[in-house]
Design a binder for this molecule. Structure first.
Ligand code: SF4
Length: 390
């Protein structure tokens, strides 16, 4: 039997990520690659650029079978359904897209965007991830969101009727948030029958308006102990309601885990298309990293002139792959396969270190060749990874 070359079979899956970089307004905590335009965006021009960059990426990856597609942003629910349909058609022209793979679109729950949901479903989207963020109007205003709770609930109801799968995001560890208030909000969120929740702690990113307020002492976020208690409460409530964590911030009913996110955390491969998109895929036996131009109009011009908007790239060494594999995989409740670490790096993790971390209660074995972090280890994940990778 001819052995498979690296990249012919994809350990961890092979996803396509498409970045739509525009938003109606910039949220004060956001450091994503998102931009506000006061003129209509030329969606046809962007569609043509997505198609062109995909064709270039297809030349690099060769023929592959896709395991998931994710339209993220920015706010992809500002795309016309025709734009989404064209992007999905282009993906299918370049790679093999099996029936029923997960195709997710991130959406904001304003009424304008919810009106496009049927069009997205008709275009092939089968999972929507709603940026609900809070079920409390005062906090939604404080987070600079464009929707209120009432609109969010209408969008959730509509999404549940239209899409086979629904996830939504909430931000917690918000200023003044008590454990009781969060518990009540989380229980309410679960009762809206999403099969997947992404629950992120509010983080203050440098360069954002929230960072300025925080530095000036005008925005107080929970201290470490309170944040840890909110995290513990999150784990308890979600597990008790049938949506246990499968990753540090992601919770799902069994079988409803996001296949696309799993591609990242299982250290699979993905092509990133659009402004500021990252990709990681096997090319000539090595893992290539690609990063495209962040500024949307500059990205389009680059694609129009060069066939792609890639501005940074590198080929990873086995050692770098091993570090990334630990970094991603130890976020997962299913943990990592030590044999794969050895295949990537050419050597195993140091047994002495594994034993020492296990003795400290930070990691545990699952069977003979898998390890994962314990809940205590998850809180100090970076230190655990640094120790294992040293
Ligand atoms: S909608 Fe999302 S991507 Fe856009 S500014 Fe707000 S947080 Fe950032």
């Amino acid at each position: 039997m001819t052995p498979l070359l690296r990249g012919q079979e994809s350990e961890g899956g092979f996803g396509i990520y498409v970045h739509w970089p525009f938003c109606m307004a910039k949220c004060p905590y956001c450091d994503f690659n998102s931009h506000v335009r006061h003129q209509p965006v030329d969606q046809l021009r962007f569609t043509a650029a997505f198609a062109r960059e995909m064709a270039t990426m297809r030349e690099r990856t060769g023929p592959r079978t896709i395991s998931s597609i994710f339209l993220g942003g920015g706010t992809p629910s500002l795309m016309e359904p025709e734009t989404v349909g064209s992007v999905l058609n282009e993906i299918a022209k370049n790679w093999t897209v099996p029936d029923n793979i997960e195709i997710t679109l991130e959406a904001n729950p304003t009424s304008v965007e919810a009106n496009r949901f049927r069009g997205y479903r008709a275009a092939g989207v089968n999972r929507v991830s709603l940026g609900v963020q809070a079920l409390n109007d005062a906090d939604l205003r404080r987070l600079g969101r464009m929707h209120n709770v009432e609109e969010a609930l209408v969008a959730i109801g509509l999404a549940r009727d239209i899409f086979p799968r629904l996830s939504f995001d909430l931000i917690y560890a918000r200023p003044d948030q008590t454990i009781e208030a969060w518990r009540e909000e989380l229980n309410r969120a679960i009762s809206y029958a999403a099969d997947h929740l992404s629950l992120y702690q509010l983080t203050i990113e440098e360069g954002t308006p929230f960072y300025q307020l925080w530095k000036a002492g005008k925005l107080i976020t929970p201290d470490g102990d309170h944040a840890a208690a909110l995290y513990a409460e999150t784990q308890d409530v979600t597990a008790g309601r049938g949506l246990p964590a499968y990753e540090i911030s992601n919770h799902a009913a069994p079988g409803a885990e996001s296949q696309h996110n799993l591609v990242y955390w299982r250290y699979g491969e993905y092509v990133g298309v659009g402004p500021g998109a990252h990709g990681r895929f096997i090319e000539n036996g090595k893992r290539a990293v690609t990063i495209t131009e962040r500024h949307p109009e500059t990205w389009v011009s680059r694609v129009e002139s060069n066939g792609h908007g890639v501005v940074e790239e590198e080929l990873l060494t086995g050692e770098q792959e091993g570090d990334e594999f630990l970094l991603m995989g130890l976020r997962l409740v299913e943990g990592i396969d030590l044999a794969r670490y050895e295949r990537l790096t050419g050597h195993g993790v140091k047994e002495k270190r594994v034993i020492s971390l296990a003795e400290q209660g930070l990691i545990e074995y699952i069977g003979n060749s898998r390890i994962r972090t314990t809940p205590e280890g998850a809180i100090v994940l970076n230190a655990v990874i640094a120790d294992l990778a040293a």
